[in-house]
Design a protein around this ligand. Structure first.
Ligand SMILES: C[S@@+](CC[C@H](N)C(=O)[O-])C[C@H]1O[C@@H](n2cnc3c(N)ncnc32)[C@H](O)[C@@H]1O
Length: 256
């Protein structure tokens, strides 16, 4: 078995993740097979993503992006927008810094990068996954993940890679759904994501909207807030974990 694993790992890290998935050894993250389903759904919802997302986040998605970015990005930074989609985080970053940053957009879905916001003039658009990033050690001042880290195939590998490519004292910003530590509140958020979102999404985007149910699947696999906090603390020197909507949304800033 050890030889088998080595073979997979040598081929490339993605095959290695698939191998771990087959053995059911991954600890946190979507796992390779479920991740493929999520990516295929994300491709399908590209045309309606923003509209539906605005409503199901109770109009708060952009507000939280804004709050996270204002506290973590400054003029002159080299920023990686990881899981950029078509660039909502990048767009907000340019607005806040009045274009005085350099941004690399990074996403596994090539079509998302292609249909990125017209106004965006970025350093580079690159396609790939968190778990294996084509960037050198100590490259970025900031890595930001807006509603994307939850889709990691293997969460610990993703966090390690992000840590590796950040400069010393670099900042890792996560803006995402949170999984409340309190059981009752967690149940409330689960019910919202599993049942209520379906109705909103259907009203806005009909059959395509129903695909937003995937959100619930990714929430199920997402760690509770205290677990994510501990995971980040294992690698980063400081972690500032801020919760919104009773823990249902998080803005986390970690310093290398
Ligand atoms: C919900 S969209 C968020 C897009 C954007 N950041 C925003 O704020 O609206 C999640 C993005 O994460 C990307 N993604 C999913 N799994 C990923 C992975 N393992 N590595 C990097 N990006 C990933 C998806 O392709 C998708 O574009």
């Amino acid at each position: 078995m050890a030889e088998d694993m080595l073979h997979y790992f040598k081929q490339n890290k993605y095959s290695y993740l698939i191998y771990l998935d087959k053995l059911n050894l991954h600890v946190l993250g979507l796992g390779a097979s479920y991740w493929k389903q999520v990516i295929s759904t994300l491709r399908d919802i590209i045309p309606v993503y923003d509209k539906v997302n605005r409503v199901i986040s109770l109009g708060k998605d952009d507000l939280y992006r804004y709050e996270g970015i204002s506290g973590n990005v400054k003029s002159g930074d080299l920023v990686l927008d990881a899981g950029s989609g078509f660039g909502n985080m990048s767009l907000t970053t340019f607005k806040i810094t009045v274009d005085k940053v350099r941004i690399v957009m990074y996403d596994p879905i090539y079509e998302m990068l292609q249909s990125s916001r017209q106004r965006l003039v970025v350093e580079l658009k690159s396609s790939g996954i968190f778990e294996y990033m084509p960037f050198k050690d100590n490259t970025f001042d900031v890595v930001m993940c807006g509603y994307s880290l939850r889709d990691a195939i293997n969460l610990e590998s993703a966090i390690s890679e992000i840590h590796r490519i950040l400069k010393k004292n670099g900042r890792f910003l996560i803006v995402d759904l949170g999984k409340p530590d309190n059981k009752i509140i967690r149940l409330g958020v689960s019910i919202y994501l599993k049942y209520i979102i379906k109705i909103f999404a259907y009203l806005i985007a009909r059959q395509t909207g129903l695909k937003f149910q995937t959100l619930y699947g990714t929430f199920v696999k997402w760690p509770e807030n205290h677990t994510l906090n501990s995971l980040l603390k294992k690698q980063f020197s400081q972690v500032y974990f801020s919760t919104k909507l009773m823990g249902g949304s998080i803005i986390v800033s970690s310093i290398k």
